[in-house]
Design a protein around this ligand. Structure first.
Ligand code: SF4
Ligand code: SF4
Length: 334
């Protein structure tokens, strides 16, 4: 079974189990942030502005594992900050993979090649390398020269070592349909990564760059034009077909923030990875004490320009399960 097919089957089984248990809110994937410190200072980042004493903190392995066990999510995306700075990140990955969670380790790749031998290839583990464009565009996005070349070298080293490698690309107003196509063609055809994630940038309140974020209309125009020549089908995108339809503006959805919750050093973040309206100690408390109806486009001005994966991919996945046609589309894509 290919890894994407294994992932689709795993998620389908998990969704069926939630339905049997009559659980109406449940996590598909957790954004786990075991630290906030990073070795880059990207202008669009909303995660690294904490005071020094917070940046120095590291989440213990047991706390990370207990949070994932308590919520029951089948997939975990470990982000930060830069997770490879965490001295026990290999142990966190090892524990979660051992519990058959599908783990994505998000990284800017600066430390990846050096730390590769601390990890073991597994169908339950993938690197998710941050690459916002080709050389000039990516280095500009992360505010440091040479990062693109380091990331490409680390991806090739991981592929040689037998790891599954995916990428995560965020698009801003500097991007055009042509830059979207060029970076995805490069990742798909030249680097031959296993799968690629894409996202329009979200305007974090704390990010130094408040100017280059796409609005909803711009996001739809960008992706509709970039996908226009049929490449969308050829690219190995790690998204449900309905989420890609949503980015193109072919369908519209509400936000399902409880489907991809965020757990950090502060606890379960309300309501999502992008906004912080307080924290809960457990996923259950997060679900029971959050007024979910307050959030989403047209309800909270901070949500008005959001088309992010963490809010809308769960809506797309849940909508797919309610339609035989969409379920087949999702499986064929695997
Ligand atoms: S690499 Fe990621 S966490 Fe680090 S500064 Fe850039 S966006 Fe923020
Ligand atoms: S619309 Fe976006 S920012 Fe608002 S709650 Fe949903 S995911 Fe979070």
């Amino acid at each position: 079974m290919t890894v994407p097919l294994r992932q689709s089957v795993r998620i389908a089984a998990y969704l069926a189990a939630q339905k049997l248990r009559r659980r109406d809110k449940f996590p598909l994937l957790v954004e786990l942030e075991p630290l906030f410190q990073c070795n880059l200072e990207c202008a669009g980042c909303g995660k690294i502005q904490h005071p020094e004493h917070v940046l120095r903190r590291r989440m213990p392995v047991s706390q990370a594992v207990e949070a994932i066990e308590e919520c029951g999510a089948p997939m975990v995306s470990i982000a930060g900050g830069e997770p490879l700075i965490h001295p026990e990140i290999d142990e966190i990955v090892h524990e979660l993979v051992g519990r058959r969670r599908l783990v994505y380790l998000c990284t800017n790749a600066l430390l990846m090649e050096r730390k590769l031998d601390q990890f073991t290839p597994s169908p339950y583990f993938a690197w998710a390398v941050h690459l916002d464009g080709l050389r000039e565009r990516h280095d500009e996005s992360v505010c440091r020269e040479g990062v693109f070349d380091k990331a490409v070298s680390a991806i090739r080293a991981a592929q040689r070592a037998g790891f599954r490698v995916t990428t995560n690309t965020t698009f801003f107003t500097h991007d055009s349909p042509d830059t979207v196509r060029r970076v995805l063609d490069f990742l798909n055809d030249e680097l031959k990564v296993d799968q690629m994630m894409i996202s329009p940038a979200y305007v974090y309140e704390r990010a130094p760059d408040q100017e280059h974020f796409l609005g909803v209309r711009q996001t739809r125009e960008l992706f509709r034009a970039a996908f226009a020549d049929g490449r969308r089908k050829r690219w190995r995108l790690n998204h449900s077909p309905l989420f890609l339809d949503f980015l193109e503006g072919k369908v519209d959805f509400g936000c399902t923030a409880w489907g991809i919750p965020s757990y950090s050093l502060f606890g379960w973040q309300r309501p999502c990875y992008l906004m912080a309206d307080g924290y809960a100690k457990t996923y259950r408390e997060l679900i029971e004490t959050t007024d979910w109806g307050r959030y989403g486009r047209g309800r909270d001005p901070r949500c008005d320009n959001c088309m992010a994966h963490c809010g809308y991919e769960p809506t797309a996945v849940l909508a797919s399960t309610r339609s035989v046609k969409q379920s087949l589309r999702a499986l064929v894509q695997s």
